[in-house]
Design a binder for this molecule. Sequence first.
Ligand code: ADP
Ligand code: MG
Length: 327
Amino acid sequence: MASNNSLLHIEDLHISFDTYRGQVRALNGVDLEIAPNEVVGLVGETGCGKSVTAFSVVGLLDEKATIDQGHIWFEGEDLTKKSEREMRQIRGKRIAMIYQEPATALNPVLSIEFQLAEVIRLHSKEKLDKAQVRDKALELLDAVALPDPKELLGKYPHELSGGQRQRVMIAMALSGRPALIIADEPTTALDVTTQAEILRLMKAMQEAYETSLLLVTHDLGVVAETCDRVGVMYAGNIVEVGNTEQIFEDARHPYTQGLLRAIPSIEERRAKLETIPGSVPNLLSPPLGCRFHPRCNQLLPICQNGNRPSLREIGPGHWVACHGEVN
Ligand SMILES: Nc1ncnc2c1ncn2[C@@H]1O[C@H](COP(=O)(O)OP(=O)(O)O)[C@@H](O)[C@H]1O
Ligand SMILES: [Mg+2]
């Protein structure tokens, strides 16, 4: 899948966790690429490895985690080879992260002004005086469409709504003018109306600041309007990747098809939604062969007895990891 114009190229990434019950093989050969200015969605049910993938890119994996194999190419360098000190130079500056719960990412005892000033100073090439930092903070709050930015600077995180806190987090992420923003379930903690607003804002900011965006979500509905391409993850693997149209109009992996059937549409609102029977396997002892086979409605003998299917290109830029007749 390698191409020369990718900003981020996750290549055959294997990550495991040492736990008292044994080794959890969380990522089992993840491949994903993001081009400059591209918005890529990473979807899949809870426990499929989306957050582990996201955190590996910013070098914020749990200390029990080991990168067993693979590479994370970013701007031509392999992030898996970087020290924590080197990652600190990249994090926030070249790659910014937006978390699910902005309340935990913001410090509750510090004002918004203090927290914004800290990141602005950190990311500024010149030394700025207090007034310049304040101007920059106001500019950022204005960019993320927060009303009364002057008043807001004096507030503390708990005085803001969830949506406002997420806007502050987006402002902080943008302050370093990163090439890539990784957002891990950025709207999951918000009500539906606010979710739509924050997604629209992230898309607008991604365009205005010319960044790439990796949007991690368990909600396929969220990616439809926002993403250029989508990677579908199941039990530690990307099982299908393609542009948004290919994924929504022409999904080939039985898992992707199942996820799509579980999105509520207006006509189906009264009907019972289909869900994929079964659940994501425990990765202490994942199923052999294709990890999806125990839940698959198109099971073949090879799926249980054969190797794990690898991604193959079935159409331009459309890749599927399935033993079945997907073309
Ligand atoms: N700190 C950890 N210790 C042990 N296992 C973990 C840890 N974090 C994640 N995992 C394992 O990695 C898998 C993927 O987790 P995660 O990336 O958080 O899933 P997702 O974000 O898709 O919901 C989980 O099934 C879990 O078993
Ligand atoms: Mg997660």
